[in-house]
Design a binder for this molecule. Structure first.
Ligand SMILES: [Fe+2]
Ligand SMILES: [Fe+2]
Length: 270
């Protein structure tokens, strides 16, 4: 199977570039299934029912989340019950929803897993121990194709998950920092990238208007981040070819709104 994963979609500019380009990319690259992180898709904070429907119509099959999953709480509670929407699985017991979904892609099972790190994040259960139990359970159920969106701030946490689960899951793709890293690789059949990077505005600060981040940085005072009305945008995603639980080929696509040429980078295979 060939799947694609889009990192954090930030606000209207992110939704717009997906609407403009995703259908064509799915055709061009013969993509069977699309996963995207939607925690910032609505005004930069959370995901509304309306925007979720819009993204699913654009060709996204399932949306993952992170620390902003519940920013539009009533919408998210409805989405978790009715739509292909995940929130990090390691939220404490009692929180609505799930971070695991098993779907059929080309007559094969694919498990999509969403986990959240601990550094600079809400108080969730230990993602590493959580993942150990979860992956073992999926393997016991005979599920080999396992994709993990690890939503974490610390690069070291992402590397730890990679070292723990290479050869046991198909892919670990990082989200949350909104800045893509250039370390896409395949190691013992597991694709890994520390962060896919945002889909949205690229000429600001992590997809947000620069004024408030500069104010916060220079005064130490807080304020509300806003998604710009107009900006230069980018769509970025990874494509993974998975056979029998192993990723055999992977590449990253960066598509700029201001250029007709996309930047495509192949994964390094260890
Ligand atoms: Fe994010
Ligand atoms: Fe996040």
């Amino acid at each position: 199977m060939r799947i694609a994963f889009i990192g954090d979609i930030v606000g209207r500019p992110g939704r717009k570039i997906i609407k403009d380009k995703l259908h064509a990319f799915k055709k061009e690259f013969n993509i069977d299934f699309v996963i995207a992180n939607g925690e910032n898709a609505s005004h930069g904070f959370g995901l509304t029912v309306k925007n979720c429907d819009e993204l699913l119509k654009c060709g996204i099959d399932i949306l993952t989340g992170g620390n902003h999953s519940f920013d539009k709480k009533s919408d998210m509670l409805a989405l978790l019950e009715t739509k292909p929407v995940l929130r990090p699985d390691n939220y404490p017991e009692g929180v609505l929803g799930s971070g695991v979904r098993v779907v059929m892609v080309n007559d094969e099972k694919l498990a999509i897993v969403n986990l959240m790190g601990m550094y600079s994040m809400p108080h969730v259960e230990n993602p590493f121990n959580w993942a150990s139990k979860l992956v073992e359970k999926l393997h016991n159920e005979g599920i080999k194709n396992i994709f993990i969106d690890f939503h974490a701030e610390a690069t070291s946490e992402k590397r730890v998950l990679h070292m723990m689960f290479k050869n046991r899951v198909s892919a670990i793709c990082g989200t949350h920092t909104h800045i893509g890293t250039d370390d896409l690789q395949i190691d013992e059949g597991t694709a890994y990238v520390t962060d896919v990077g945002l889909t949205g505005c690229r000429d600001n600060v992590i997809g947000m208007e620069k004024e408030m981040p500069i104010y916060r940085a220079t005064t130490g005072l807080n304020g509300h981040f806003k998604v710009p009305n107009a900006c230069k945008s980018i769509l970025q995603f990874v494509v993974l070819d998975i056979i029998d639980g192993k990723t055999i080929e992977a590449f990253k696509v960066k598509s700029y709104c201001s250029s007709h040429e996309d930047v495509i980078t192949k994964a390094f295979v260890e």
